[in-house]
Design a binder for this molecule. Structure first.
Ligand SMILES: O=P(O)(O)OC[C@H]1O[C@](O)(COP(=O)(O)O)[C@@H](O)[C@@H]1O
Ligand SMILES: [Mg+2]
Ligand SMILES: [Mg+2]
Length: 338
């Protein structure tokens, strides 16, 4: 389906109007979520513009600092983090922020506090910045369940308690994909209007796909079920065609392709990283939330990803997510191992 052409033929639905429409279904709503989201959208536009100018403005390269995970921070990582922290605090709708780039959670001062907690990866796919390959921003939103002083406990909650999640991909076009718990919708930035327009309404992931996406360089350290699964993708014994391999190395880009084309994205545990690489709060949960909302599944190797209860804000987990039937297959292999 030519989503973009359809959107322009029928109706120019901006992301703001879309969220206002959704909000009008809840008479008690006071517009807080719309204001929060419009500040997230502003942050995405700002980072998109910085990404587009990165080479020209000398924003590529290292910033000279190391973040909490011991990774070198890139200039764009630092800039994106500043942009989102400012955008979220100035919305007046947040109380707790967790960013990949900040060791501790940020607690918003009382005069600027609001009812939401936002967890985010301001710039995902950092290793791809310098060569101009797609990167993105990932976010998840929780609501505060009390009016007392905020603590990290307010975000150490299972992903199934998120009220919204999304990502923005800075690629050949800039796309924001969002779920507020009633399906998944995709919006494309029209640079001439400066507006995100609904181009991919009600995204549903195909039930089964023919692509698998994994860093196969780690294969020697994988466990049995992951090894068997990837072997099956390459050498199917049931007469089905072998799957194609696609791996960008930016979670946003790999998950975006999986969502639209179907298939499976894997970042498994391995002997060197027994908890995998991807971070629960701001990578695994938002992407798992979107996958489930689009009709797919997300599994950790042990359980439904959204049922994890993180104990630390930068906790990691293995993740297998994508088309319903593809994830069923890997679940069966882990169940057989048990
Ligand atoms: O290089 P690897 O080990 O395959 O890891 C790729 C993964 O690492 C990440 O780049 C980590 O994200 P950050 O760039 O936000 O640290 C994911 O986007 C991606 O899925
Ligand atoms: Mg990331
Ligand atoms: Mg990052």
């Amino acid at each position: 389906m030519d989503h973009e052409a359809d959107a322009y033929r029928t109706d120019l639905m901006t992301i703001t109007r879309f969220v206002l429409n959704e909000q009008s279904k809840y008479p008690e709503s006071r517009g807080d979520f719309t204001i929060l989201l419009s500040n997230i959208v502003l942050g995405c536009k700002f980072v998109c513009s910085a990404v587009n100018k990165a080479g020209l403005a000398k924003l590529i390269g290292l910033a000279g600092e190391t973040n909490i995970q011991g990774e070198e921070q890139k200039k764009l990582d630092v800039l994106s983090n500043d942009v989102f922290v400012k955008a979220l605090v100035s919305s007046g709708r947040t109380s707790v922020l967790v960013s990949e780039e900040d060791e501790e959670a940020t607690f918003v001062e009382s005069s600027k506090r609001g009812k939401y907690c936002v967890v985010f990866d301001p710039l995902d796919g950092s290793s791809n910045i310098d060569c101009g390959v797609s990167i993105g921003t990932i976010f998840g939103i929780y609501t505060m369940s009390h009016n007392d002083e905020p603590t990290t406990e307010d975000v150490l909650k299972p992903g199934n308690e998120m009220v919204a999640a999304g990502y923005c991909m800075y690629g050949s076009s800039c796309m924001l994909v969002l779920s507020t718990g009633t399906g998944v919708n995709g919006f494309t930035l029209d640079p001439s209007l400066g507006e995100f327009i609904l181009t991919h309404p009600d995204i549903k992931i195909p039930k089964k796909g023919n692509i698998y996406s994994v860093n196969e360089g780690n294969a020697q350290n994988w466990d049995g079920p992951t090894t068997k699964y990837v072997e099956k993708c390459k050498f199917p014994k049931d007469g089905s065609p072998a799957k194609s391999l696609r791996y960008v190395g930016s979670m946003v880009a790999d998950v975006h392709r999986t969502l639209l084309y179907g298939g499976i994205f894997l970042y498994p545990a391995d002997k060197k990283s027994p908890n995998g690489k991807l971070r629960v709060l701001y990578e695994v949960f938002p992407m798992s939330f979107l996958m489930e909302q689009a009709g797919g599944q997300a599994f950790t190797g042990k359980k439904r990803a959204l049922d994890l209860v993180p104990e630390k804000i930068h906790e990691r987990s293995p993740i297998f997510l994508g088309s319903y039937e593809d994830v069923e297959e890997i679940k069966a292999l882990y169940a057989a191992e048990d």
